[in-house]
Design a protein around this ligand. Structure first.
Ligand code: OGA
Ligand code: MN
Length: 297
């Protein structure tokens, strides 16, 4: 059966049919998925019943994976529900109990409700994220995606000139700080979350398209006064997440959604997370280098 791509919005995101991701794929199929990602930046696959092992194997066929750990979360190793290179994006603990309202892990995870790009707080940030919807709540919990290429294209010439060559500092301390959670981080967590530098404008290595590299983790523009940088980034995020740049994904059980963190931002919307289970599992394909280096080059 041939793989087909059907657009979900006029500018980005597509639903892919005709492929079973639980089975090993041919090199041609892998190439088609990469090409689809380059073009659409978000791909939706319905009815993909996957074990963690199958999700990991398919993800590895797209590139080396990021390892979740102390650089990206506050979960202690002994409290992890999932094993291996797969991140727990659920609202349940290792005993499958819902996080309580004041649970520290819940409060940290609320950061996913801010627009962000995954692992922009790592010096080599993520390429693709693959999110599998194992249990989805009856209402709420959509994931929204914003097309940072279209947002870049829509900037006026003055703004494009102003942002050319700018470098930002990204850290989980900044994103959690926006929610008032930064004071709750331990000294060790703060050390793990030390800021890294990222280019504010990226150029796609295959298509050559430029995009805004924004994220809730961005808290400083190198060389700028902090309040001015924060306001400027806030204005850019407001611009980049206007409705015409956004696709909102309503989850069905066993959807697998892949997004390109280099070309999009995303956020999860609210749901009744202290009373309804949402079990999402994420594998993450690593990027291929530092973005701030590309500015210098
Ligand atoms: C993520 C994330 C959003 C969601 O997995 O990186 O931000 O819908 N998830 O759970
Ligand atoms: Mn995310």
């Amino acid at each position: 059966m041939a793989m087909t791509f059907e657009r979900l919005t006029p500018t980005f995101a597509a639903v892919v049919s005709g492929v079973d991701l639980s089975q090993p794929l041919s090199a041609d199929a892998i190439d088609a998925i990469h090409a689809g990602m380059d073009e659409h930046a978000v791909l939706v696959f319905h009815d993909q019943v996957l074990t963690d092992e199958q999700q990991i194997r398919f993800s590895q066929s797209l590139g080396p994976l990021e390892q979740p750990g102390a650089a990206s979360n506050i979960t202690k190793p002994e409290d992890k529900r999932l094993k291996g290179p797969i991140a727990d994006i659920s609202n349940i603990d290792k005993d499958n109990r819902l996080h309580g309202r004041d649970d520290r892990q819940r409060l940290f995870n609320l950061g996913n409700r801010l627009w962000h790009s995954d692992s922009s707080f790592r010096s080599t940030p993520a390429k693709y994220s693959l999110l599998s919807g194992r249990v989805v709540p009856p209402s709420g919990g959509n994931t929204e995606f914003a097309d940072m290429r279209a947002a870049y294209d829509a900037l006026d010439d003055d703004t494009r000139a102003e942002i050319d060559g700018l470098v930002c500092e990204h850290s989980l301390i900044y994103s959690r700080g926006q929610l008032g959670f930064a004071d709750d981080l331990t000294d060790e967590e703060r050390r793990n979350f030390a800021p890294v530098r990222q280019a504010l404008v990226r150029r796609h290595s295959v298509t050559g398209r430029k995009s805004l590299y924004l994220s809730s983790h961005a808290g400083q523009i190198v060389g700028w006064p902090i309040p001015e940088a924060r306001l400027f980034l806030r204005d850019l995020i407001e611009h980049a997440t206007r409705e015409r740049f956004v696709y909102s994904h309503k989850w069905r059980q066993n959807d697998l959604v892949i997004w390109d963190n280099r070309q999009t931002m995303h956020r999860v919307r609210a749901y009744r997370d202290t009373s309804e289970v949402r079990d999402m599992r994420r594998t993450t394909v690593a990027g291929d280098g530092e973005t701030a280096e590309q500015v210098a080059a």
